[in-house]
Design a protein around this ligand. Structure first.
Ligand code: FES
Ligand code: FES
Length: 167
């Protein structure tokens, strides 16, 4: 069910930028950003996993930094820039992190990949040359129920230019 209200009261209006587009949303103050993205804006890159901020499946970038959208009230991102998986590519050019996951075939069911990719992108935004240990630490709280961790770490290392290092 859509989470936006049908009335046009300004009480609950939140303005933010999503994937480069300015949005004006009418939502209840505590509505999680994930619900708005998926239900109202049809952006299904971020996934609903635990809904408790534990698994990382719902990860988005807020002003370039990773954030768990299932526990982030939409009001908290008013005036900020939100990027979802759909907004990472530049036209037909995938983000290098996305390409690295394809090159390493780092997926089984794929449900965790949104969180993995957004987490690596966030780290690279802060630190373009992380060590393998820093990549491991960044991904430590992203869950993969399929056990694809070796391939995911290989993709993360490739994205960070550490392709020659064993995962
Ligand atoms: S769905 Fe958000 S952290 Fe699990
Ligand atoms: S590939 Fe299935 S949860 Fe990670």
């Amino acid at each position: 069910m859509p989470t936006t209200h049908s009335d046009h009261s300004d009480d609950h209006t939140v303005r933010l930028t999503v994937n480069g587009e300015e949005r004006r949303l009418n939502v209840a103050p505590s509505t999680p950003l994930l619900y708005v993205l998926r239900n109202d804006l049809s952006l299904n890159g971020p996934k609903f996993g635990c809904g408790l901020g534990e698994c990382g499946a719902c990860m988005v970038l807020v002003d370039g930094r990773a954030a768990r959208a299932c526990v982030l009230p939409t009001k908290a991102v008013a005036g900020l820039t939100v990027t979802t998986l759909e907004g990472l590519a530049d036209g037909n050019h995938l983000d290098p992190v996305q390409q690295a996951f394809i090159d390493e075939q780092a997926a089984q069911c794929g449900y965790c990949l949104n969180g993995m990719i957004m987490t690596v992108r966030s780290l690279l935004n802060e630190n373009p040359t992380p060590t393998r240990e820093q990549l491991v630490a960044a991904l430590d709280h992203n869950l993969c129920r399929c056990g694809t961790h070796v391939e995911i770490l290989a993709a993360a290392c490739r994205a960070a230019g550490l392709k020659g290092e064993s995962p």
